[in-house]
Structures are given as C-alpha cells and as structure tokens.
Design a protein around this ligand. Structure first.
Ligand SMILES: O=P(O)(O)O[C@@H]1C[C@H](O)[C@@H](CO)O1
Ligand SMILES: Nc1nc2[nH]cnc2c(=O)[nH]1
Length: 319
C-alpha cells in the first residue's frame, strides 16, 4: 500500500495530540522551540499540559543531552492569555533523523494553528564582536547542507496549496524581530546583550575546524549551529511567522595564526625556551552551561515577546 500523504499523517497526529488536551489549549497561537539547554523557556507557562513525544504518532525522540522529549501546552503572558505550545527538545539530522522527521513537529504545530514561532538555539559565535552570552536576533541564514542538496522541502510539495518554489529572502519577520528589542527595553536587559546576524546551518555533529570557521565567517555568517534552518523553512512553507533567537554559547575557535610545530621543534633543538599556546576546544558541556546561565533571561524575554505580539498581528498569517 502506498504511504499516506504527509498531510493525512499530520492530520492524525494533530487529532492524537488534541485528544490529550483541554479545549482551551487545542489551538495554540504561538510555537516555541527550545534549543540546547533552553527547555526552561517554557517554565513560565501556566496550566501546563505536557504530552510526551512517545505519545505523539510520527514524533521521534531527542537523544541530545539538554533536550527533553515532550510538547508543553499552556498559557503565557501577563497582559494577555496566549495559548502556546513549546517543543522541549528538537531533532537534528546528526542524530540520524531524516529531514522530514526533523521538520515533522513544525508541520504539526502549524496544523495545530500556530501563527508565529519563536525558534531558539545554542550556537557558536564566528563574529568576534559577538560575546558569549549574547542573544543574536537572526535576520538571515546560510544553509550549507541545503545548498548542497539537503533541503527539507525536497520532494513532492506538502499539499496542493504549498508553493513549489518558496521565497525565503523574507523568512525572518521584521515585525517579530522588532518585538525582541521592545521586550528587552521593557525588561531593562542591557542593549549590549543583543546583536543581529546571520546563522550558518551545518550538519554537525563535529564542531568547526579553524579553516571551516574562517570559511563561514568569510561567507558572511555571524553564528554557526546544527539546527533551526530546516524548521524555519518548514514554518515558512506553512505561512507561519518566524523569529529566531540564537544564544552565543561559545566562540568558534579561529586562531589568528596556526601554531607551528616546525618552529617549536627547531627552537627546542636550539635550546630555546618554547611557550606552548593554550589550545581551546568547544564542548557541549560549555554550551549547556551558558544555556543554563542565560536561561532565566531568555525565559523572561520570550514571555515578554509573546505578551507584545498584538492579537491583530498574531492572527495574520503573513507578515
Ligand atoms: O539544538 P541546538 O541547535 O540548540 O543545539 C546546539 C547544536 C548541537 O545540537 C549542540 C552542540 O553543542 O548544541
Ligand atoms: N556547529 C556548531 N554548533 C554549535 N552549537 C553550539 N556551539 C556550536 C558551535 O560552535 N558550532
């Protein structure tokens, strides 16, 4: 038997999810994707109902430390009571998931009715002006796997109304990006904690070599990470407004000059004292640590942004 078209599978996943929710939460308006170490973003939600990925047909399980595997439904906002859904844990291609598995939850969230999505991630800073702990409001991306043939939208179009050729020059909603700075102002978060930039998507799971870091920087990227872009593409395909917040958890190691073992050995042979450089490497533990340190600020920020999304804007599908 031929497999069911993807939208039929999604419809049955949506039905399975809704059957586990009270009426007020069946139609969330905003989606949130929690990046590595950022599952606490959903902690300010009220009347939370958690649905484990195990109980969602078609969802995989996240295998990455710092990612849980459930959907949290609840209400957010001080001024408004906005029904939201947060993905506590995402899927990455490097875990062995296909791109269609990676974007499946986004398509489900769109089918549940979200109008906007706030996608967060932990990423390495390529731009030396972006310090660890900075929140980078993403305004553009460089999809290296996508350019090389790994695009989640490859294959038959999702539905008869889905555009075959999706423009993505406008993928990152200016209206939503604006709200980040308004929220930061209301919360008195220092302006210096924010930057704007381009996120390069790479497959991982290896972190970058210095030459790769230099290449990505030269190509115009400010940040690099292993997620997000497939989700952005699926969200835009579904007409969902996208905001991406990248937390700079580490600097990508790009030494100005390579260490010369040749010169070191020569100096040693000549009896000269050799100063050995400290070699830095990135670790996922460091990534999670910064996520934990900045988690509270990110949580307040996301909550405030949701509060600031005017109902009129929230209910428009295109911005
Ligand atoms: O899911 P995100 O993009 O937040 O996680 C980043 C990228 C890798 O999954 C991991 C590497 O430390 O953190
Ligand atoms: N590719 C990549 N992903 C990350 N996620 C968090 N930090 C990094 C990094 O330095 N490189």
């Amino acid at each position: 038997m031929a497999p069911a078209p993807i939208f039929e599978t999604i419809a049955s996943t949506v039905e399975a999810i809704r059957s586990q929710l009270p009426d007020g939460l069946k139609n969330p308006r905003v989606g949130i994707v929690c990046g590595s170490g950022l599952s606490g973003l959903a902690a300010s939600m009220k009347e939370v109902v958690e649905v484990a990925y195990d109980n969602v047909p078609g969802f995989a399980k996240s295998t990455v430390p710092g990612h849980r595997s459930s959907l949290a439904f609840g209400f957010m906002g001080d001024n408004q009571r906005v029904p939201v859904v947060a993905m506590l844990g995402r899927f990455h291609p490097y875990e062995g998931h296909s791109l269609s598995t990676v974007v499946y939850p986004i398509r489900v969230l769109a089918a549940l009715g979200i109008k906007d999505i706030i996608i967060t991630n932990a990423a390495g800073a390529l731009n030396p002006e972006i310090k660890v702990g900075t929140v980078v409001v993403v305004r553009d991306h460089l999809a290296l796997p996508g350019l090389a043939g790994m695009n989640p939208l490859l294959g038959p179009t999702f539905s008869s109304t889905t555009p075959r050729f999706l423009p993505v020059s406008d993928a990152y909603s200016p209206a939503l990006r604006r709200l980040v700075f308004l929220a930061a102002n209301e919360l008195s978060i220092p302006w210096s904690d924010f930057a704007e930039g381009t996120y390069a998507w790479v497959s991982g799971p290896t972190y970058e070599t210095p030459a790769e870091g230099r290449f990505l920087r030269a190509a115009g990227a400010d940040m690099v990470g292993m997620s997000t872009v497939p989700e952005v593409l699926a969200a835009r395909e579904a007409g969902v407004g996208v905001l991406v917040l990248s937390l700079a958890t580490n600097m990508v190691v790009i030494p100005e000059k390579y260490r010369s073992i040749k010169e070191e050995v020569e100096a040693e042979l000549l009896g000269k004292k050799v100063e050995l450089p400290v070699e830095e490497v990135v670790s996922h533990e460091e990534v999670l640590l910064i996520g934990r340190q900045k988690g509270e600020m990110m949580k307040s920020l996301v909550e405030k942004i949701i509060d600031l999304i005017p109902a009129s804007v929230r209910d428009e599908s295109q911005k």
